[in-house]
Structure formats: C-alpha cells, structure tokens
Design a protein around this ligand. Sequence first.
Ligand SMILES: Nc1ncnc2c1ncn2[C@@H]1O[C@H](COP(=O)(O)OP(=O)(O)O)[C@@H](O)[C@H]1O
Ligand SMILES: [Mg+2]
Length: 240
Amino acid sequence: MLSISNLHAAYGKVEVLHGISLDVPKGKLVTLIGSNGAGKTTTMRAISGMLRPKAGNVTLDGKDITGLDSHRIARAGLAHSPEGRRVFSTMSVTDNLLLGAFPRFTRARPKGDVKHDLEKAMELFPRLKERQHQLAGTLSGGEQQMLAMARAVMLNPEVILLDEPSMGLAPILVEEVFRIITRLKAEGVTMLLVEQFAAAALNVADYGYVLENGRISVHGPAASLKTDPKVIAAYLGGAH
Ligand SMILES: Nc1ncnc2c1ncn2[C@@H]1O[C@H](COP(=O)(O)OP(=O)(O)O)[C@@H](O)[C@H]1O
Ligand SMILES: [Mg+2]
C-alpha cells in the first residue's frame, strides 16, 4: 500500500502542497479530485520522485521512498503515468513498452514473464497492438496517452499513478481509458487516479480525496463523495 503523510512540496520558495496525507490500500482505486491548479500533478510528482518533497513521508509497502530519485522509486514498484504525452517518440510502440519493463531486467523488480505481459498489454490496449511497429511519435495524441499508461503497467508495479489519462481525448477514447482502468482494477492493480471527469472517476473509484489549494478538504468512500452536496456543487455540477 502507498501511504503519504504530511507531504509538503514547493516550486522554489512557493509552497504548493501544505501537508497532504492519503492512503492507497492494496488493490484499491483511489481518486484525487480538485480544480485546476489545486496541486494534483504536484502531488503525483512529489510521490514519484520527479519533485523532491520539502517535508513529509511517502512509504510503499512500509518502505520509506521519500525523496528518492525517480528511477529508484520505479524500481521499488511505483509507476507514474504523467500528465501530458510523455513517450519516446523516436522509438517503436513495442520498445516504449519494453522500456517500461526495464527495471524488471535489473532484478530490482520481479522479472516475471515480460513477453507474456507485453502480449497482455497489447490485448488490453488493442490500438497499441495494431501500431506496435510504428514509431511512438507517429501515434495520435490519444494513442500516445494510452502508450504512457501501458508503459506504466509494464513495470508490473505495486502502485500506478495515473495523472489525467483522458486529458484531451475524444469522447470515444475517454470511454476506452475508463474501460481499461476498470479492467486493471478488476485484476487487482492498485491505482491513484487524477481525472478531470470527477464524476466518472468517482464511479470507478473505491475512495476519494478532494484537494483544494494544496490541502485535502474532504475524503471518504467514493459513493459518499458522490452524494456530498459540497462535492456535487464544486466538482460534479454542469455537464458531468
Ligand atoms: N513547474 C512549476 N513551477 C512553478 N509553479 C508550478 C509548476 N507546476 C505547477 N506550478 C503551480 O503549482 C500549483 C499546482 O499546480 P498543479 O500541481 O499542476 O495543479 P493541478 O494538477 O491540480 O492542476 C499551481 O499554482 C501551478 O501554477
Ligand atoms: Mg495536473
């Protein structure tokens, strides 16, 4: 399980996270909801080592991973599918996926059956299978987003951080992303999900946290957040 306690993070002198605590229990899907600029991406970065926290603790299965380099955190079993389309554009789809499995070749992670997992990832993301030999840079934006997600899955991690996997996608691809998240959940994958579609995120999640200006304002089972009048007013109104 992933556990964050009293996490503070800053860009230069400007503190953005003012002491966040949250838990992602094994096998659960937890969502982090909040307006633009609330600090969701910063939270993900501070967990995965892209940004060194100023204070607080991050533990993964009881192991303190606070402030480690991101590659060491990946080796400890935490995969981060970052916001935006971060793929290696001059490498093929297959090679991008194998790169996601790289820590498994260093004995830092259980190696398992990488070939089998590659086939499984292709099956989970059929669009990637069709394009496995293409250079990642030639994929559409939506497909690149899926590739970033699939690459995180290839680590065979203890926990996956998904930062806005549906951002900028056409509605049909948004549905596909949620279908994939639901399938990963059914397979017991532990996930922390940040999503602009708060209602959809609460529909698939077990538990949710609301982040406001770098602080958790409300948290609870997803089902009860969905019916919380304040959450509805602030995040679930309008078209969702
Ligand atoms: N690289 C950065 N340098 C300085 N400030 C940043 C940087 N990234 C984000 N911020 C600021 O930190 C705050 C939180 O941003 P972010 O974590 O991206 O929010 P969210 O993902 O919830 O939209 C915002 O005020 C944003 O302007
Ligand atoms: Mg963000």
